[in-house]
Design a protein around this ligand. Structure first.
Ligand code: CO
Length: 134
């Protein structure tokens, strides 16, 4: 069902510093920061030849990644995002398999303007999984 790895997301305490590591130290192509108020995050995308790295920093009160940053003050890997062709078909199949959707079962619009859903890490080998319709 899942296709390409769309991105790996890393929560960082300092977005500019993390972007500089990817741009200067690692020599990658890095986007400008983008605020996503619906998701409570600011993102910077690192574009690699075969996938992306999504650098995440909390935005506003009650950001869903605030607690993660408190528990991991130097930052850390937060989730992986897999592409699916049809997010509703994927959701229904996953629920049928016993997987839990985090939050509303209705897809939200993600960082690339595509519908996304998040799946419970306890159902996926301890890793928070995002699925994105591409
Ligand atoms: Co993501």
């Amino acid at each position: 069902m899942i296709g390409n790895l769309n991105h790996v997301a890393i929560v960082v305490p300092d977005l500019a510093a993390a972007a500089a590591i990817y741009k200067k130290t690692l020599g990658a192509e890095v986007s400008e920061p983008q605020d996503l108020p619906d998701h409570g995050v600011t993102t910077v995308f690192v574009n690699l030849p075969n996938t992306k790295i999504e650098l995440l920093h909390p935005l506003g009160e009650g950001s869903p990644i605030q607690k993660f940053l408190l528990n991991n003050p130097s930052g850390g890997m937060h989730h992986v995002c897999y592409e699916v062709e049809d997010i509703f078909a994927a959701r229904d199949k996953l629920v049928e398999e016993g997987a839990r959707i985090l939050g509303s079962p209705e897809p939200k619009t993600g960082a690339h303007g595509n519908p996304v859903l998040f799946l419970h890490p306890k159902d996926f080998a301890g890793t928070l999984v995002e699925i994105e319709q591409v």
